[in-house]
Design a protein around this ligand. Structure first.
Ligand SMILES: Nc1ncnc2c1ncn2[C@@H]1O[C@H](COP(=O)(O)OP(=O)(O)OP(=O)(O)O)[C@@H](O)[C@H]1O
Ligand SMILES: [Mg+2]
Length: 351
């Protein structure tokens, strides 16, 4: 579409614990958040990005759209986890069209899956710093099966999947829309229920991305191994709702050990960055996902990483319709809304 205004769509973040939908409209007052909704899905219906029970997830999506009165059918979804690989690689300098033809060959050595099983995309970043005959390329590879599963799921919910993005890119989009991009190094870390994604930015370009299988569900698992209960009950127990079943001391012990695990893994990723850029310092870490709500985690990470740690506000540069959103609610759901907000900023005819 060359003429006409670009159409907005609903950002739909399909997590393993909860699905979030955000719709933004552009008005004279700027970008305005029209709808935001969140709904939990059945435990086990999605695990680490793999959709085990599409019918039940599709129903949850329909319920979400209905209860928040979202009418738009065009959606942008995202995928993440170990089936998606994002890597900065060096290739012989060539024209984009030429790389389009040879990208499979170039990518093969970096992809741990059969190359015929993945969808590939790339972006040329520019000349390689140490070798002028080479250029840096951002390579994105996602398992075709996974991409198709998400498209089929959205269709099953009666919606139109216009864009399949990468979670970490959607989050970066949210960050860039809401924060002044500085020359500083910043780590964006999303801790969901079953996965954690890390993205280190130098200025506004990503230099390191990694997804690991850690998340808030670990807390539930530990509760379940301590006392006999279902996953759903563990979800209540972790908010300290039944101190007779799980004492505050036991809960604290569990949370401490899980967040210590996360910090070790994050430290490992940061150390990898420091080994490549020994002169640089990551001063600021911006958290999103449900894990960002855990204050003990924020404090420990600040100490362990010697950085300022804060939770993302994905609504900072948006107008909010005061009738629909009160301040306390917006603050509470902000971290979990981050990816859906980044997706909602995409346009129907974006690539
Ligand atoms: N205040 C809190 N304390 C502890 N855990 C919390 C808190 N708030 C949210 N969570 C946890 O965060 C998780 C949900 O976060 P989120 O919505 O980011 O996950 P998701 O996107 O569904 O999962 P994933 O991206 O890993 O597939 C749940 O496990 C929930 O228990
Ligand atoms: Mg998530």
């Amino acid at each position: 579409m060359v003429f006409g205004k670009k159409e907005n769509l609903v950002g739909l973040d399909i997590g393993s614990r909860s699905i979030k939908a955000a719709q933004i409209v552009d008005s004279k007052r700027g970008h305005t958040l029209k709808h935001f909704g969140i709904v939990d899905i059945a435990h086990g219906a999605i695990e680490e990005g793999t959709i085990n029970d599409p019918e039940s997830v599709a129903q949850s999506i329909q319920q979400l759209f209905k209860s928040y009165n979202i009418k738009e059918n065009n959606v942008a979804v995202s995928i993440g986890g170990y089936s998606v690989i994002v890597k900065k690689i060096g290739v012989q300098t060539m024209a984009e069209e030429q790389l389009q033809e040879t990208i499979h060959f170039e990518a093969e050595q970096y992809i741990p899956f059969d190359i015929s099983d993945v969808n590939l995309d790339f972006q040329i970043l520019g000349e390689n710093e140490s070798n002028p005959n080479q250029m840096n390329v951002f390579l994105v590879a996602a398992k075709k099966e996974m991409v198709n599963d998400y498209i089929n799921l959205v269709n099953l919910a009666g919606l139109n999947p216009c864009i399949v993005d990468v979670e970490a890119f959607a989050l970066q989009n949210t960050f860039e829309t809401n924060y002044d991009v500085q020359e500083d190094n910043i780590a964006l870390i999303d801790i969901g229920a079953s996965k954690t994604s890390l993205n280190i930015l130098k200025g506004n370009s990503s230099v390191f991305m990694r997804d690991v299988s850690l998340g808030c569900g670990q807390i539930n698992q530990k509760i379940m191994s301590l006392i006999e209960c279902t996953f759903e009950e563990a979800e209540q127990l972790k908010y300290g709702e039944k101190p007779d079943r799980l004492t505050p001391e036991d809960l604290k012990g569990i949370v401490s050990s899980v967040v210590a695990d996360w910090c070790t893994e994050i430290r490992r990723a940061l150390d990898f960055f420091y080994s490549t850029y020994p002169e640089d310092q990551i001063n600021r870490i911006i958290l999103s996902g449900g894990g960002a709500n855990i204050s003990e985690f924020r404090q420990l990470l600040a100490t362990e990483a010697s950085a300022e740690v804060e939770s993302i506000n994905p609504f900072q540069n948006f107008q909010l319709d005061g009738k629909n959103f009160d301040d306390a609610y917006i603050k509470q759901i902000g971290p979990q809304a981050a990816i859906s907000m980044g997706l909602a900023m995409r346009k129907v005819d974006d690539k």
